[in-house]
Design a protein around this ligand. Structure first.
Ligand code: ACM
Ligand code: ZN
Length: 571
């Protein structure tokens, strides 16, 4: 009997030894965190997260606790070993602590062989810490299903914080409509990259996507266009209706989904131009009275809101009131780009308004530009009175822009933008670097048809927002945004193809200090990020891996010699 018991104990000890050997043989995934954290210091060893207790300090708020709990559920599910969440206990595990000394959005991670300690002073800080932890684990963490792997972290100390407080991505749902599920998928990947603003471009000449209770024709009429221009020739139309809009509940759902991921949704009501879809629904809002049609071609349209009549302002204030009810963001984007003044100059009401306001062409600006200043200032006053701030495209600078506006630059960089922008807080979104509707290779006949020009990931990565900016202007740059305009982006797959992997490069421009940015390191990390996209089931562009085109229509990239011949042949 005794002998059998001793033999059993011996077997058990051998088994324990075997287990401990297994765990010491576990290896951490290559460190490929994007955006690269500000300070990273490695030491030897790993910490096994699978089955570790998540210990949350009592001072950590309920929202952060809920986000942390979701991460523990995710880890438990993929690793197959449960990570319970406990509050205020001592002992080993993954510990989350409130560190009030850290700035907003900053976080620290301290991993030793025995524990991992995560500190932050804010909800977003915990979100970002968890996104960094996820990137350090096997990519199966993004898959949501049980999967073999070493769920271990390398021993490392990380101290991280963003360079800019505004880190945005615009998606134009006016030119093409995308489902709520697709918007959520985009928010999921934005959150991986610590983007914190989703600029939702909800209204356009070619489609009105915002459900209004007071103006139902905006969606009944304005959300559907009859035909779509399919290449650069405006007579080439796909003769099908294209439409769609978001209900109020759906938009609220998106706001809450984004907010859980640390993302603020800033809606855009583009005014007073880019309004043909609204004019088609309510022609009395235009200078000529119409009739108007929802645009089925691209380009800047001459028909804009008539601002010489009070009912236009009533309409705008009503819509903004409905928007504020759904979107709690501090900022509302009021557009202001590409407003031809032709109709105003010919409209008796608009001309009367200009005369009443004493507007004339002076100091290099037209009376029409000053009339747009009047519109901007009225809307600003209205939104300020409701506790909101405005952002608008850089055209709002033309004339006399009031104080307190944030200007979004899109036509130039620090070197060539209208220098008056530096008198305002600004968000930099120069088209040469940040317009991600552009081609990703020179081989345009192998790409899905796009708006033109060329913006490879390397170029986006190389954008330096401070270049050419005077010192006083640097202080007022809130951040950087990439814009995905969607004239030709007619499927959700194509949308993702344009976003990825450029979103990864964008995140380093938005988050990293210039000295932390390094393209070769970024490029090497992208191999693992490609696996993340695969695991999340996202479509992405493969130019970094020598492949061009959408799935189902992929080509190997030409060799440099072939490419040179091809480009010569085109000239
Ligand atoms: C813009 O590209 N019109 C902002
Ligand atoms: Zn008018």
């Amino acid at each position: 009997m005794n002998f059998i018991r001793i033999r059993n104990i011996a077997c058990f000890l051998v088994f324990l030894l075997f287990l401990s050997c297994c765990s010491s043989r576990k290896t951490a995934a290559p460190f490929s965190v994007i955006p690269y954290p500000h300070e990273v210091e490695f030491s030897d060893g790993v910490f096994d997260m699978a089955g570790s207790r998540f210990i949350v300090d009592p001072s950590v708020d309920a929202a952060s606790l809920s986000y942390i709990s979701k991460f523990s559920d995710e880890l438990s599910c993929v690793s197959g070993r449960r990570s319970p969440v406990l509050r205020g206990v001592s002992g080993r595990g993954v510990r989350f602590i409130l560190d009030a000394a850290l700035p907003d959005e900053a976080y620290t991670i301290d991993v030793t062989g025995k524990s991992a300690v995560i500190g932050s002073s804010s909800y977003r800080g915990f979100v970002y810490a968890i996104q960094t932890l996820r990137q350090m684990l096997p990519v199966s963490i993004y898959g949501g299903v049980r999967s073999r792997g070493d769920y271990v972290l390398p021993c490392v100390r990380i101290s991280d914080r963003p360079r800019f407080p505004y880190r945005g991505v615009l998606i134009d749902v006016g030119r093409h409509f995308y489902s709520v599920d697709e918007i959520k998928r985009c928010l999921d990947i934005m959150s991986v990259y610590k983007v914190n603003v989703f600029h939702w471009h909800l209204t356009e000449d070619q489609g009105w996507r915002f459900e209004s209770m007071r103006y139902p024709r905006l969606t009944e009429v304005g959300s559907v266009r009859h035909g779509t221009q399919i290449d650069y020739d405006p007579t080439h139309l796909r003769p099908e209706d294209h439409g769609g809009y978001y209900t109020r509940d759906e938009m609220r759902e998106v706001v809450s989904y984004a907010s859980e991921r640390g993302i603020t949704v800033i809606p855009e009501l583009d005014l007073p131009g880019h309004m043909l879809s609204a004019l088609a629904a309510y022609p009395e809002l235009g200078c000529t009275g119409g009739p108007y049609e929802v645009a089925n071609t691209w380009g800047v349209k001459k028909d804009v809101l008539c601002v010489g009549q009070e009912r236009t302002f009533t309409f705008l204030e009503d819509i903004l009131t409905e928007m504020m009810d759904i979107f709690p963001s501090e900022y509302i984007n009021i557009g202001g780009d590409e407003v031809p003044k032709d109709r105003w100059n010919a409209c008796p009401r608009c001309r009367k308004k200009m005369a009443e306001l004493g507007l004339s062409d002076r100091d290099g600006h037209t009376a029409g530009q000053y009339l747009q200043n009047y519109v901007t200032a009225r809307i600003q006053k209205f939104l300020n009175a409701h506790g909101r701030k405005i952002i608008g495209w850089e055209e709002i600078l033309e004339g006399d822009l009031a104080e307190g506006v944030t200007v979004m630059s899109w036509r130039g960089t620090g070197e060539d933008v209208d220098p008056r922008i530096w008198n305002y807080s600004s968000v930099m979104s120069p088209r040469g670097y940040m317009y991600i509707d552009r081609y990703q290779s020179h081989e345009q006949d192998r790409e899905p048809f796009s708006i033109g020009a060329y913006l490879p990931v390397e170029q986006l990565y190389g954008y330096e927002p401070y270049k050419g900016v005077p010192e006083y202007g640097k202080e007022r740059i809130l951040g950087v945004q990439a814009n995905l305009w969607t004239e030709y982006v007619n499927t959700e797959e194509y949308l993702e193809y344009m976003l990825l992997p450029r979103l990864a490069a964008l995140s380093e421009v938005q988050w990293c200090s210039p000295e932390d940015r390094e393209f070769p390191r970024f490029r090497e990390s992208m191999d693992r990020h490609r696996d993340i996209y695969e695991t999340m089931g996202l479509t992405y562009a493969k130019h970094l891996w020598g492949v061009i085109g959408l799935p189902g229509n992929e080509y190997p990239a030409r060799s440099p010699e072939e490419l040179a011949d091809y480009l010569d042949g085109r000239e």
